[in-house]
Design a protein around this ligand. Structure first.
Ligand code: NCD
Length: 348
């Protein structure tokens, strides 16, 4: 299949631009240290499936009720959200509370970071108060690696710049596993829209590849990173080509807060050329599903008819997010306890 050549998107800060951050994720032993979840790059099939299995078990427990559980009892989780977030922050907070942890939230506004304190000093101070796990979202790609490399605390990446968003990638895979009756091999996801600014896209590509599924990306040339195929996905020329025969489509939000002016002619034009419409959904395989990580611009990335249709699994993604984050927090806490960190307090 011949694809149009793409012009490189503006690169801006590289994936590890945070001062002191390591140059390559896969060079870091941190990546294999289960006290942390920093990215899906380098995780193998077994590790991913173990997390999805654990998340399914948590989903069943959460549906049955009876929270809070004891899994993180006696542990303190800091949610450091230095960038806007609704569902990811609430989802981590619910997960940590459902598991019985003490939870505290820090955002840029209202913290000493707005007085000029560095991220490192802020987190080091909080660490000194006895925090066991830090969940961090930050505008700088590589910020979670920097904290994991420099502080004795488990770190979970809740989205770093345009680099990775591993728990989103895992909850997307959990949702696809339900839709795909447990089989990833031979399945294909079409990722549509703003690939250049999307950490969700990178985590989806790394994770699905490890599980044997393939990913086709498509979007305006200005919103495709140069050499995206090097991540192991294929590039389509049109949204129709990407969606034709795909087993799922995920629309990505236009990340206008990360865009330089002039990358898009207009929202109307984007939605006409790249929007997920009922006509385009008909190109997908029978039983294929529609995903969106949220927040969704209705009528821009996805038409309201598609967003509210039976094909849409957008709210399943949100439900799965809480269970998946329970599984990740529990895994990091268990690894931390095994390395001599505080274990959960045994209840008499
Ligand atoms: C994504 C994010 O923040 O990376 N949203 C999310 O976590 N649910 C995607 C986005 O902001 O578009």
């Amino acid at each position: 299949m011949e694809h149009a050549r793409v012009s490189p998107a503006p690169t801006g800060a590289g994936p590890f631009s945070y001062p002191g951050a390591a140059p390559e994720a896969h060079d870091l032993p941190l990546h294999r240290d289960h006290r942390h979840l920093l990215g899906l790059e380098g995780l193998d099939r077994e590790e991913i499936l173990a997390l999805l299995d654990a998340a399914e078990a948590y989903r069943a427990r959460l549906r049955a009720g009876g929270m809070p559980f004891e899994d993180l009892r006696g542990l303190t989780v800091l949610l450091g959200f230095f960038e806007d977030s609704t569902r990811t922050r609430v989802s981590f907070e619910l997960a940590a509370r459902h598991l019985g942890a003490t939870v505290t939230t820090l955002t840029t506004a209202g913290s000493a970071i707005s007085k000029g304190e560095s991220l490192f000093d802020t987190v080091q101070n909080i660490r000194a108060m006895g925090v066991d796990l830090v969940v961090v979202r930050h505008v700088a790609s590589g910020a979670p690696y920097f904290l994991a490399a420099n502080l004795d605390v488990g770190v979970v990446n809740a989205g770093d710049g345009r680099h990775e968003h591993p728990t989103q990638g895992l909850l997307d895979m959990m949702t696809l596993r339900d839709a795909w009756q447990g089989r990833f091999e031979g399945r294909r996801l079409a990722l549509v829209g703003d690939i250049a600014h999307s950490r969700v896209a990178r985590s989806a590509i790394h994770g699905l590849r490890a599980l044997g599924a393939s990913v086709t990306v498509v979007g305006p040339h200005t919103l495709l990173p140069a050499e995206i195929e090097r991540l192991g996905c294929t590039l389509a020329a049109t949204v129709e080509e990407a969606m034709d025969g795909a087993d799922a489509v995920m629309a990505l939000r236009l990340q206008r807060e990360r865009m330089d002016a002039g990358l898009l002619p207009s929202l109307g034009e984007f939605s006409r050329v790249w929007g997920i419409t009922p006509e385009r959904v008909r190109l997908l395989n029978r039983d294929a599903v529609v995903l969106h990580p949220g927040p969704m611009n209705r009528g821009v990335e996805v038409t309201p008819e598609v967003a509210d249709s039976e094909r849409s699994v957008i709210l399943q993604q949100v439900e799965n997010g809480v269970a998946l984050r329970c599984a990740v927090l529990a895994r990091c806490a268990a690894a931390r306890a095994a390395r001599g960190g505080r274990a959960r307090r045994e209840v008499a």
